[in-house]
Design a protein around this ligand. Structure first.
Ligand code: ZN
Length: 386
């Protein structure tokens, strides 16, 4: 199948074996799932369902980041245990995604359960000279030691530094060789969870965010992935860092044969984000619309396109989904549509084109074809009345 690969900036003809390894960066569970999350994971779900329909065994891993600055901060504010806070949010998130018809991942690793793998990865990077430790126990990746740093994002040094600072990096911290060198390990502050340091004779600490994903990918799926997915806001520095860590550890590359980046969802001209507070929650939409209508609305957008949530467009999707449900209540076949549906999905997971084929099936009264092809895209309809 053809997939656009962010790293090479072109569509690649991806030859796939029986087993396909897919890793998706998951949530940090301290706030409810919003439409941006749902779009990312529904897009990956469409990809995974299509690969499965093609006969592949898909190993689909999506992590939960259960320890980082944000979740520790919120837990401290609320006086809650960070793991209990995270677990409650994960359960709400899973309920929302399951309601939208998303398949559960094959595995859901969490950093707090993968500390030995993360510690070994940090030690490995120190051993290869790709990282350096400071006397206080901080360990940084040495970005100057890499010839491919920046190849994924294509950003110049100034823009890298801007994004690094804006997305939680520590450009001004003392002792670093370069401002964009990113943390692999840090000593924990008082009251924070901590684990034995990968550096001998250093105080206990906790991992940096980026190394968690590289280590969990390698633990769950090995050193080379077929497809790495995530929101397009993760390209830099998170995915740029993941590539460096993994390729310096394994000596193999590319770390991912294709990078599948999902566009961001906006509201009123801004990216939907917790910090701006302009969020549309999946749970709220599910109270007002059928799950299939919300799913349809998400997949009407191509995964790589950024888009804005719009109430009128959502209502139109709900109307179109109702037409599907009506058509699916009857029989009728249009076998010629199967090939066009497959061609759309093979062409960089073109779900808007696939949905247009389903619309054509509905308009033609081909309820059996609609049920069959809609099922491949994760839409479920009540049994036919014949
Ligand atoms: Zn990640």
């Amino acid at each position: 199948m053809r997939l656009y690969d962010t790293r090479t900036r072109r569509r690649v003809d991806l030859a796939l074996g029986h087993t396909v390894r897919v890793y998706t960066c998951g949530i940090t569970p301290y706030a409810s799932a919003h439409l941006g999350h749902a779009f990312t994971y529904a897009s990956v779900d469409a990809l995974v369902r299509w690969l499965t329909a093609r006969g592949h065994r898909v190993l689909s891993v999506r992590n939960v980041t259960d320890v980082d600055d944000d979740i520790l901060g919120v837990a401290r504010e609320r006086g809650e245990d960070y793991l209990a806070l995270g677990q409650a949010e994960v359960e709400r998130f899973d309920r929302d995604l399951a309601a939208l018809g998303l398949l559960a991942p094959t595995a859901v690793p969490r950093p707090t359960r993968a500390i030995p793998a993360i510690r070994a990865a940090v030690r490995g990077l120190l051993d290869t000279g790709s990282a350096y430790a400071l006397p206080d126990g901080r360990v940084y990746f040495d970005t100057a030691a890499s010839a491919t740093w920046g190849a994924l994002s294509g950003l110049d040094a100034e823009e890298m530094l801007r994004q690094f600072a804006a997305k939680g990096g520590d450009p001004d911290a003392t002792g670093k060789r370069a401002a964009v060198d990113f943390l692999l390990w840090q000593p924990s502050a008082a009251g924070e969870p901590s684990w034995e340091s990968p550096v001998p004779d250093c105080p206990p600490g906790r991992p940096g965010w980026h190394i968690e994903c590289s280590a969990m990918v390698m633990e769950e799926l090995g050193g080379v992935l077929d497809i790495h997915a995530g929101g397009s806001d993760l390209v830099f520095p998170h995915h740029e860092a993941e590539i460096q860590q993994a390729e310096h550890l394994t000596g193999q590359g590319p770390f991912a044969r294709a990078w599948f980046h999902v566009g961001l969802v906006g509201l009123d001209g801004e990216k939907m984000s917790k910090s701006l507070g302009n969020l549309v929650f999946v749970r709220d939409l599910l109270e007002r619309y059928e799950a299939g209508a919300v799913r349809r609305h998400l997949l009407e957008h191509h995964y790589r396109s950024p888009w804005e949530y719009d109430e009128v467009a959502m209502a139109q999707s709900a109307g179109a989904h109702k037409a599907w449900t009506d058509a699916a209540a009857h029989g009728g076949e249009r076998p010629d549509l199967e090939e066009r549906f497959a061609a759309a999905m093979e062409d960089d997971v073109d779900t808007p084109a696939a949905i247009a084929v389903l619309d054509e099936a509905a308009q033609a009264g081909a309820g059996a074809t609609l049920r069959q092809l809609g099922g491949a895209l994760g839409f479920a309809f009540p049994p036919s009345r014949g």
